[in-house]
Design a protein around this ligand. Sequence first.
Ligand code: SD4
Length: 343
Amino acid sequence: MFSRRKFIKTTALSASLLAIDKKSVAGLLPPALNAAVKPIVISTWDFGIAANQAAWKTLISGGKALDAVEQGVRVPEADPKNQSVGYGGLPDRDGHVTLDACIMDEAGNCGSVAGLEHIMHPISVARMVMEKTPHVMLVGDGALQFALENGFKKEKLLTKESEKAWKEWLKTAKYAPVMNIENKLYDKSAPQKLPGNQYNHDTIGMLAIDSHGNISGACTTSGMAYKLHGRVGDSPIIGAGLYVDNEVGGATSTGVGEEVIRNVGSFLVVELMRQGYSPEDACKEAVMRIIRKKPETAKNIQVGFLALNKKGEYGAYAIQKGFSYAVCTEQKTDLLIPGKSYY
Ligand code: SD4
């Protein structure tokens, strides 16, 4: 029979064994057993929901945040309906779909590609730059050559829809981009029908903490629609479009890359969190720097930051209304949260 005394003894023994276990193998336990660390993944915009689901599969099985963010952002990269990331992305002024992406892990390793053509998953090429070369960033033809040498397939990324939108834009071909003001311009059902170059352009930035307590991030985009050939935005630039520091947390951005680069936005957000700012306050301060420096420009552009600290707290802030992000944890599966904004 199972006596009370035996039960207490057994429980006490398992508790002490568990304590030893947790100490010695902390960080190796799958999430269900490691109560101290709660995996989480967050990402920009509504297409972050599907991306988070893919990332979550890795996180929930005890996998690495680095693998999770790569798998996560591959979802919008492969989606032809998403005209701002990967396959189906809107082309540059000359009709080339040129992709920018970067990835960063908990040890500060990072990899990046910019102006990459013909490869559906620039994030995986960026990871390969990180893991297989002594470099951080490859651009243009060099990035393509590296991808092809490493087994990536050359593909046509310009879809009929995006080609049609570009040809429509060519009728006026004004190189005076009106930046994305989501609340006014975003028409999800037919974004290509927006007049002239008033196209909303969105990037996916993703941050995840795994059951080992490590943070990683990824960011990938086709960049500003109808940009000058050769233009590179913030998304592939470590510190601008993405930054993670395992002591503090991570941040990523979306919107007009030029303003994010000028303010080294994601690095700034992480450093503000290091000083004690909450994720939302850090994002807000980074947005305020942009607004304070160029108040007139800021009225007509969108920039949004998204941040996650090592406690698993997250927050976002944007210049304009309309910015949203998706969150996935054990408690909140794929929640879409509107980011706060200045206007
Ligand atoms: C860029 N930041 O190329 C990217 C585009 C973007 O929402 O995020 N759009 O400037």
